[in-house]
Ligand binder design. Structure first.
Ligand SMILES: [Fe+2]
Length: 691
């Protein structure tokens, strides 16, 4: 869209509810007095969703000494010292948007770095931000970006950002990141106050980051209930120096996952202590705060209302009627969900189309989360669920070509199939899914990259291969899946998407995901042995920036005398501390874990790998934190996992502290009808349990 006309641009700005500015071809020196005042612009600056000629710019300027600003002056320059200012704009700022503002700047050149800053009438200025426009659609050069998720400022430090900045500053110009894709859990709305948990959380110290004025306390934690609470947590997260520096260095492309609204939330429902509550008003509040704090090309139902969200009025009303795609038909639910549409597609040159979907707002209820699914869990096998039952519950009435069984056998009992008359599970919802498939089919980019906040790579174990007598026999018929399901256990919908990719001859299909708090690299396939294994794409999951992962949790909560402890955080004879054995379990199976526990020899352990367990997984680390980088060229897709130690405290080092490892995954572009292949290399440090 590099030849977008000024008139079209203004229309787009209106649709996006942003003030618009238009770049000039020649820059002039800034004439504004500007003194950087961090105390007056405490949340810094940000940019978001660039295209090849425009980008959204953001700041917040709260009243200072009870003196509110009504307008800010924005300058965009080609140089850091603002001698070549190419665009200026006046940006309105108002309490109704919590003193945040968004400006869409157009008329910029493609694939170019710009600097920007905001100044109030007294000459008090924001910090200087740096942003980058996307390359033109026909630009063949490689695209580099980071994908990240899950930062928890209540329980950890954002050292990963410091490392990312350090490496990017030292990279050659052509290797620098073009943008950062944030796949959700930008905030954790669930907050512990330090006095609620003096013992901390796992290895973590609880930080006093926010006090919700209208919060609700559940057990020992607090959740936001009104827009003011959601705004407060965004503000406090943005006071983190490493996160704020990252937002000032790169354009961010953000999508919410669950914690931007609610931990166990879906549509506008919240679930706590096993009880589901209608929370239309909280969903609107969460959307409003997201809109105010994350500059992006979103569409809101309140229309082009300058820079304000103008929330629709909704009442918290029970949602009892669901359509054939699981969408709650209650009018307040539909209004709340429509208040902000997050799914969208963005283009970077010839090689990358990024198609971002929303996995929370339109999904149906997760079936294994329901009370009726409890009989499929067993204390003898914590975390495991029988995969055959998961598939039946997922597909509902569509199972086996419309012949869903009346009951499911588990451990000698016949458990009623409570999903027998219900529609198949959907994560995307009907409308979004059809948009997504259209975008996939129509994309002209080399790589069609699915930005999915949820992991798609299957996660399973083979307890059926435990030696007789080790513990009780596994009550399932075959493999075990894991509770806490994500996009990998929406088997029917994932299969439908992958079949579509295959049937339409789509190549270069790659998925990048977050949420799982672990690093995964592998192949996208709708089924695993003993069913056919036919990959149609490549898929990756990034470790969390800072939120605790499963291994850390298991180290603290998995009973040490439980026979299954070994498979999660057991250790070999020579190890002095627990090891991430779950990586071995997921990649190679129970026999490999038992061998390692006996001999401490990983080569021997891998030699007894179950080749049918995870042919789709090339790398898995359930204990890693950090970030992932993508380099997409006209013939290859390379991802890099940059793994750091558990980020318990902020590093004082300029590089953000040591690395645990750096791994590189590479796939050459495959031709129509050809299966993709992935190669993995650990190029720095050690990731011995991950391969
Ligand atoms: Fe998370």
């Amino acid at each position: 869209m590099s030849k977008l006309s000024r008139r079209k641009f203004v229309e787009m700005a209106i649709a996006l509810s942003a003030t618009a500015a238009w770049g000039r071809p020649f820059g002039t020196r800034s004439k504004l007095p500007w003194r950087e005042r961090h105390d007056i612009f405490p949340e810094g600056v940000a940019s978001g969703d660039p295209d090849s000629n425009s980008v959204l710019l953001w700041t917040r300027r709260p009243p200072f000494n009870a003196h509110p600003a009504v307008k800010l002056r924005l300058e965009v320059a080609e140089d850091e010292s603002f001698r070549q200012v190419v665009a200026t704009a006046e940006a309105a700022i108002a309490e109704a948007a919590d003193w945040t503002c968004r400006v869409l700047v157009g008329g910029l050149k493609p694939a170019k770095v710009y600097w920007y800053r905001f100044t109030d009438a007294e000459g008090n200025g924001s910090r200087v931000g740096r942003t980058i426009t996307a390359p033109a659609d026909d630009d063949p050069r490689p695209v580099h970006f980071a994908f990240i998720s899950c930062q928890n400022a209540n329980q950890g430090a954002q050292n990963a950002y410091r490392r990312m900045i350090f490496e990017d500053e030292r990279a050659a110009e052509q290797d620098r990141l073009g943008f950062v894709l944030h796949l959700g859990d930008f905030i954790y709305e669930i907050v512990w106050y330090p006095e609620d948990r003096p013992q901390g959380m796992y290895d973590r110290r609880i930080r006093d980051i926010v006090r919700y004025e209208h919060g609700e306390k559940i057990r020992d934690f607090h959740i936001p209930t009104v827009v003011g609470d959601y705004r407060a947590i965004y503000r406090n997260y943005l006071h983190d120096p490493d996160l704020q520096d990252a937002r000032a260095r790169w354009p961010f492309v953000c999508m919410w996952d669950n914690h931007e609204f609610s931990w166990l939330g879906w549509q506008s429902l919240q679930k706590f202590e096993g009880v589901t509550h209608p929370r239309q008003s909280r969903k609107v509040a969460a959307n409003q705060a997201f809109f105010e704090y994350q500059p992006g090309r979103f569409f809101k139902s309140s229309g082009p209302s300058l820079d304000e969200f103008n929330p629709p009025k909704v009442a918290d009303t029970p949602i009892t009627q669901f359509d054939d795609h699981g969408l709650g038909q209650e009018p307040n639910n539909l209004t709340a969900l429509a208040s902000l549409k997050g799914y969208r597609a963005l283009r970077w040159g010839r090689n990358v189309e990024l198609i971002i979907t929303d996995q929370r707002s339109y999904r149906s209820e997760e079936p294994t989360d329901r009370k009726e699914a409890e009989p499929f869990s067993s204390d003898d096998f914590p975390e495991f669920l029988p995969q055959e039952a998961m598939e039946i519950l997922d597909a509902g009435r569509a199972y086996n070509g419309g012949h869903a069984p009346a009951s499911i056998r588990f451990g000698g009992a016949e458990i009623p199939n409570f999903r027998r008359d219900e529609p198949p599970q959907t994560v995307l919802g009907a409308e979004q899914k059809s948009w997504f498939l259209d975008r996939l089919r129509d994309s002209k980019a080399t790589w069609k990259i699915w930005g999915n906040t949820l992991a798609t790579l299957g996660m399973r174990a083979d307890p059926q291969n435990l030696p007789p007598g080790y513990t009780k026999p596994w009550p399932g018929a075959g493999y075990a899946g894991f509770s806490g399901a994500d996009a990998s256990t929406a088997f029917a919908e994932r299969g439908e998407i992958y079949d579509f990719v295959r049937d339409n001859g789509i190549t270069g299909f790659a998925t990048v995901a977050g949420d799982r708090h672990s690093f995964w690299a592998g192949l996208a396939a709708k089924s695993l042995p003993p069913k056919p294994f036919e990959p149609v794409g490549i898929a990756f999951v990034t470790g969390s920036i800072s939120a605790p992962g499963l291994v850390e949790a298991f180290e603290h909560v998995f009973p040490k005398d439980h026979p299954m402890h070994l498979f999660f955080v057991g250790q070999g004879p020579a190890d002095s501390s627990p090891q991430p054995m779950i990586n071995l379990l997921l990649r190679h199976g129970v026999k490999s874990c038992l061998e390692y526990a006996k001999s401490g020899d990983l080569a021997k352990a891998r030699a007894v790998s179950n080749p049918d367990l995870s042919p789709h997984v090339s790398f898995v680390d359930m204990s890693g934190h950090g970030y992932a980088i993508v380099s997409a060229t006209s013939n290859a897709f390379e991802s890099e996992f940059v793994c750091i130690p558990r980020p318990l405290e902020r590093s004082q080092q300029p590089d953000g502290g040591p690395l645990r490892y750096r791994s590189k995954q590479r796939a050459n572009l495959w031709a129509k009808g050809e299966a993709p292949k992935l190669e993995v290399k650990v190029v720095e440090g050690e990731a011995k349990f991950s391969l």
